[in-house]
Write a protein that binds this ligand. Structure first.
Ligand code: ZN
Length: 340
């Protein structure tokens, strides 16, 4: 029997071949699945300095939501093509580093499943217990046959460990670092989520996050995102970003900043326009019509460009005076946590 195609991995490997020496490629892990081996690639562009600011992109944590992988591959194509002629981009990349792990969970993307080959939901797999009101989707250890299974308590899954290694290596030493993890399938709006996901409490860099949102709102008043803590929508166990953020926060120096963002693309938007897609499992998480897919592949370029510019200009949002920081914190508490 011939093996089924793996378009996203083929696309990524073609891009790596095309980019040649202009990018660095690491194989984080080889994931075995029956008689096949799928590599997990990490691609870096730009400054190699340990103290360079860093923006990192992650996709395919939930294999079924593979539009995230496609958005990253489309953006990588644009960047690699631009490296041929755009000197302004090259100047930017001398000052910062971009990191990409487009297919964190290759078996999931290949099979079209949320979990990895062991039936584990990687975004429920970190050793963090949430506090709040729980549903099955918050994560459980009942059985790997149900979705949202957290996996073994004593050992994280290899794909989740690989993601953590990348974050520790590239982001924990940076003066300013951001990560953006691309998902789809929740609601009718594109959401940008920040910690915490495990509890309904403000995270330590709330003031800077509010300042970043204010900067985005005033620079791009037409942007499409609802920006909020994940816990505004639900509380979960095992969130990798809560786990990594808390580890960073324990060890960081005073002026270091790390913001993990989740881009949750509102796929009900494309379902609402084509309700028949409810009958296809992929339709819930992935736009099936070509024009809709094209639109999503270009929809987030403004956000990515903004994040790089924000990374290179932290004075505009991440380096405020103590009094301005206090004001931002109070405004954030009113906006997101219902404080008067
Ligand atoms: Zn997801």
């Amino acid at each position: 029997m011939s093996q089924k195609a793996f378009d996203e991995l083929d696309h990524l490997q073609a891009l790596i071949a095309q980019a040649g020496h202009r990018i660095e490629v690491d194989i984080l892990l080889d994931v075995r699945y029956h008689n096949q081996v799928f590599p997990v690639h990490c691609i870096t562009l730009g400054s190699k300095r340990v103290d360079a600011p860093v923006l990192a992109f992650f996709g395919g944590v939930h294999g079924l939501e593979k539009i995230g992988t496609e958005v990253i591959l489309a953006y990588l194509t644009t960047l690699i093509e631009s490296l041929d002629w755009d000197y302004e981009l090259m100047t930017r990349l001398e000052q910062c580093r971009l990191v990409f792990v487009p297919i964190v969970n290759p078996v999931g993307v290949y099979r079209g499943t949320r979990s990895n080959a062991n039936g584990v939901d990687l975004m429920r797999n970190a050793p963090v217990d949430g506090t709040g009101r729980f549903r099955l989707y918050s994560g459980h250890r009942l059985t790997r046959r149900l979705p949202w299974y957290r996996g073994d308590e004593s050992q994280m899954e290899a794909e989740a460990e690989a993601l953590c290694r990348v974050v520790r290596q590239h982001l924990f030493s940076a003066p300013v670092a951001m990560a953006i993890d691309l998902h789809s399938g929740f609601g009718i709006q594109d959401r940008l989520w920040f910690p915490y996901a495990s509890k309904r409490a403000p995270f330590p860099h709330l003031a800077e996050t509010f300042a970043l949102k204010a900067l985005f709102d005033r620079t791009y008043p037409q942007h499409v995102y609802r920006i909020e803590p994940t816990s505004n929508e639900y509380v979960i166990h095992g969130d990798l970003w809560d786990y990594l953020y808390d580890e960073f926060n324990l060890n960081r120096s005073d002026d270091q900043f790390f913001l993990p963002l989740t881009l949750e693309m509102g796929s009900w938007l494309w379902l609402r326009k084509s309700p028949l897609h409810l009958f296809y499992r992929h339709g819930w998480f992935h736009p099936l019509l070509p024009h809709r897919r094209q639109r999503i592949l270009r929809r987030h370029l403004i956000l990515f460009d903004f994040l790089i510019r924000a990374l290179l200009n932290p004075a505009a949002w991440a380096r405020s005076s103590a009094s301005l920081r206090k004001t931002h914190h109070e405004q954030a508490m009113r906006l997101w946590y219902g404080h008067d």
